[in-house]
Design a protein around this ligand. Sequence first.
Ligand code: GLY
Length: 382
Amino acid sequence: MVAEIPGTSDVVLIGAGLIGLATAWRLASDGLRVTVCDPTPGAQTSTVAAGMLAPVTEVEFGEDDLLALNLASANAWPAFAAELEEHTGQTAGLYKTGTLSVAYDVDDAAALRRLADYQRRLGLEVETLSGRDARRREPMLATGVTAGVWVPGDHSVDNRQAVATLLRAVEVSGVQIVRRRASKVITSGTTALGVQLDNGDTLHAGQVIAAAGPWSAQLDGVPEELRPPVRPVKGEVLRLRVPEAYRPALHHVVRATARGFSVYLVPRPNGELVVGATSTELGYDTRVLAGGVFALLRDARTVLPVTDELELVESIAGLRPTTPDNAPVLGPSGLDRLLWATGHYRNGVLLTPITAQILSETVRTGSLPDLGKPFVAARFGQ
Ligand code: GLY
């Protein structure tokens, strides 16, 4: 039997990844009644990710608006984590280590230098290092590492810990979690009234926020021309365990270019080393392919030979929600009372605090703050 889930909410959020959970927590902290629907809260891309907070090391030529948003969110992370910890009594998983970018052969070193010049022109804090100086910071790096760039402000978050703590935070704040997929936005004319779940049940609310990551363009009820151009880009990630004898294998996040291939290695205090990530466009396929595992291990051991001695604990793949300009889609959707919080591509963990802040402010005030304005769906002609 199809039913309306009892209790009207002020806001219904579609998607309980980091973005959806953080936004729900903010809105509930503002006193709103919030419901989040997701068949598997926290279990998709937010769990697969490595958790780098890398506005500087992942900067791309010509993405200035995105850089400003990324930097604002990196700056917001410490206070966000502290508040989350105070609210729940659990750690948020922020790990302030800085990041070391390294290069292997001469071409890799030239590319690293070009990027460092660009980062400096943007006023970002980077320090160029010789291969030897890079190895002083990370003694287990291969002797073949020829150059490095030290980025003191790029850190990491144990994203699985952050998901667990946000789940606790929303529970403490009285957010209702409905373990169902939202299949449709219910509308009347051009106004969103709530969502229909995959079992036919309905949830009505004054405001709907779609934070459904790579599934955001699949919501029935939203006219085709208003759907955000979000597509999935698969990333395979490995989790290795460093034996006691080799700990810590790394002190910082290490990002490497080895013979033209990119790899990153993210150490956790508990001895886990996260290695990522491949990047392929295969629709919604999340199978881990042998070629992906091979490439990640090949590149990891090129720069960190002790990789051979680490236990391979997990291989997993997730889907980055990607837009044509690599930047997120935030705010107005073209339907009244439906907002987007999606398309975070490589920066979902990083952009969690600022997205929650922008969306909660938009709900509270009825207008998108300036920082969010470059990221409206309308920029794609919607
Ligand atoms: N930001 C890391 C990745 O998307 O692989």
